[in-house]
Design a protein around this ligand. Sequence first.
Ligand SMILES: [Ca+2]
Ligand SMILES: [Ca+2]
Ligand SMILES: [Ca+2]
Ligand SMILES: [Ca+2]
Length: 266
Amino acid sequence: MTSARLRRVAAFTWMMSSCIAIPASACGPGWVPLVGDWDGDGSDRPGLYDPVRSEFHLWNKLEAGPADLVFAYGNQGDVPIVGDWNGDGTDTIGVRRGARFLLRNQNSNGFSDFDFLFGNPNDTPLSGDWNGNGTDTIGVRRRDRFLLRTTNAAGPADVDFTFGPADGIPVTGDWNGDGIDTVGVVQNGVFELRNGNASGPPDLVFAFGVASDRPLVGNWNGPIDAIATVGAFRPSTCTFFLRNSNTTGPADLSIQLGLLHDGFEP
Ligand SMILES: [Ca+2]
Ligand SMILES: [Ca+2]
Ligand SMILES: [Ca+2]
Ligand SMILES: [Ca+2]
């Protein structure tokens, strides 16, 4: 139940970052970190998306080792997205392709359950429960603007406002546990989170991680609480750093996932 309300989407602008040779132990070049409650137990867990194979790798436990779920979905060049599209308490995957959203209600290969257009191809896709009805819907960030839609169907934005620096990385989550996901922007490791989907000053400002990290948010300790808190993914070491409060401080847990040996997870 709470899992449906905890949202997080890292931004993907860096997704196709330059390819380099894979070190002996590293995740693949350009792998994109994901967060979701893949098994509906109330806790969010990491995932990684391989943009070359269009492959999702999802973990249900915070333990090193192979992913619990590995499957292909979408095409090369798609941008991955995560949400509880049908409100059943389990987060599933989707992709953004140009201005098109293709969302699936199961974490497996197969057809999309939702297929519609929203926003412009250069927008950054978002997801969250903007109206607290237990179902995640999509949105986009366009420069400093957030355009959010409360149904997973084509149509105009239901909510449209500006927040944060235009070149910051957007994140979305339920920072105050009221069941409604709201926005945030991360720039150089500084998180600015707002508890309303409207223009205004940030409610929370704190630093976590370093500038080159990819920011994450999730409810790592759910269902103990119903608050999405911060994390960071460091591509150089495939490490997820997770913190259980939205304050400056060390990670409560760090874990390396998606390590490749000869191109495959151990
Ligand atoms: Ca879970
Ligand atoms: Ca679902
Ligand atoms: Ca909703
Ligand atoms: Ca909230």
